[in-house]
Design a protein around this ligand. Structure first.
Ligand SMILES: Cc1cc2nc3c(=O)[nH]c(=O)nc-3n(C[C@H](O)[C@H](O)[C@H](O)COP(=O)(O)OP(=O)(O)OC[C@H]3O[C@@H](n4cnc5c(N)ncnc54)[C@H](O)[C@@H]3O)c2cc1C
Length: 407
């Protein structure tokens, strides 16, 4: 690959304008970042930029349960206030159960009031977060938003050279934020450990007879967890992890039959359900990159790790990557001559994040395996036990709320 003399030169190039990539661009572009007189020149390459208005966007049912710490990061980036109540809805309780009723002996309930906080987090619409960040970045003189697809990457000692369809870019630091099928990871020859769960997650939005009461509901079924997350308009967002062999059948059911099946599986917690959107299935895969950084590159978010959605941690982990990478670069880039691609600085980011991510990936694996095993009933009793041991429950609640954001 040869990059012409007319190539655009940047300090930092972020490939991928998902939530993680755009949030990083925004944090690096804050006035006075690292105490610098001269702002960094930053590029973001994204092949599918968010539509400016949700009603103009193609149907995107993806929502994320963001922890208070992740929301704090969005606030730091100046983005939280841009999200209307319609697309960012706080939830106050979380009911998790395996057998019987959601308040029975095999159930665990987290309550914001019990933890002395206003909410346990918020359910946000992914496209709305991206649209808000994109709009902010488009107003910055230091940011180039490039609507292109990256085709090839070449490393040299001085820069990373990136070839898009119609533009060539050179950057002193290349950040791969291009999601689970990261081409940055592949082009840089970084190996990753991938394992399919042989499950798909089926997502849809549903209306319910009874109010969701700003609560998230999750039941561990014998072949995978099913969750309803509360949305601002009174509907709930469904994430139903199930064996891939059942996907065709679940997709083929009529809306009425599908809703009926779900009501039964969820012990009628919200009464009668009604499908208000089509159903979409996502394959569930675990993946972890062997390395996150090297000379002039770093991976963040799903490009570095992909986790089972059973505890809604994927985006939260990505946000924490962003916070730590921005923090390490912030400590280093005070002087005009400091190199953003310095491998020692990038390595500090990797050291702080890889272990934490591995722990969460392993925990999600373990929970998924345990609750779909013959020991599921014992695990369900364990939920009830944690529910009754107050200090332990408080510890779990604290961990869920803070440590996967900035912490
Ligand atoms: C069913 C389901 C439910 C989930 N629920 C939750 C939850 O409740 N809470 C939570 O925290 N997480 C949740 N997650 C995980 C969360 O959605 C992801 O972790 C998060 O969206 C990843 O963000 P990202 O920015 O790293 O990557 P992505 O969102 O995948 O963004 C990558 C971007 O890169 C762009 N791109 C890719 N290749 C190129 C290229 N060659 N050139 C240019 N651009 C490119 C893509 O267009 C895309 O916009 C869930 C996931 C699933 C599947």
């Amino acid at each position: 690959m040869s990059v012409s003399k007319s190539a655009v030169h940047l300090d930092v190039l972020i490939v991928g304008g998902g939530m993680a990539g755009l949030l990083l661009a925004r944090l690096l572009d804050r006035p006075g970042f690292a105490g610098r007189q001269t702002p960094l020149s930053i590029g973001v390459v994204e092949s599918q930029p968010p539509a400016p208005r949700a009603d103009a966007a193609p149907l995107d049912l993806r929502v994320s349960a963001l922890s208070p710490a992740s929301l704090e990061l969005l606030a730091e980036a100046g983005c939280l206030s841009q999200l209307t109540a319609a697309v960012c809805h706080p939830y106050e309780r979380m009911h998790v159960w395996q057998d019987g009723a959601p308040d029975g002996s095999h159930a665990l309930t987290f309550d914001a009031a019990e933890s002395g906080v206003a909410s346990l987090g918020s359910i946000v619409e992914n496209h709305a977060v991206r649209a808000a960040l994109w709009a902010q970045l488009s107003r910055s003189a230091n940011i180039q938003l490039i609507t292109q697809t990256v085709k090839a990457i070449r490393e040299t000692p001085e820069v990373c050279e990136v070839q898009c369809e119609a533009v060539e870019l050179r950057a002193r630091l290349l950040v791969g934020a291009d999601g689970a099928h990261s081409m940055v990871r592949a082009q840089l020859g970084i190996l990753s450990r991938e394992r399919a769960y042989h499950q798909n997650a089926l997502v849809a939005h549903l209306a319910s007879e009874r109010a969701h009461a700003n609560a998230a509901w999750q039941k561990f079924l014998p072949d995978g967890p099913v969750a309803l997350l509360p949305l601002a308009d009174g509907r709930s967002s469904l994430v139903w992890s199930h064996p891939e062999s059942s996907t065709a059948e679940l997709l083929a059911l009529s809306d009425e039959h599908f809703a009926g099946r779900l009501e039964k599986q969820l012990d009628n917690v919200l009464g009668k359900l009604q499908c208000t959107t089509p159903r979409v299935a996502f394959p569930l895969v675990r993946n972890h990159a062997d390395v996150y950084t090297g000379h002039r590159f770093a991976l963040i978010g799903d490009a570095a790790h992909r986790v089972h959605p059973l505890a809604g941690q994927g985006a939260n982990l990505g946000f924490r990557d962003v916070a730590v990478l921005a923090e390490e670069l912030g400590c280093h880039l005070g002087s005009l001559w400091a190199d953003p691609g310095d491998p020692l600085v990038l390595r500090r980011y990797e050291r702080r994040r890889k272990g934490d991510n591995a722990l969460v990936l392993g925990a999600m694996d373990g929970l998924n395996a345990l609750f779909t095993s013959p020991l599921a009933n014992l695990a369900g009793a364990g939920l009830g036990w944690v529910n009754r041991v107050r200090p332990l429950k408080a510890l779990f609640a604290e961990r869920a709320m803070s440590s996967v954001g900035r912490g």
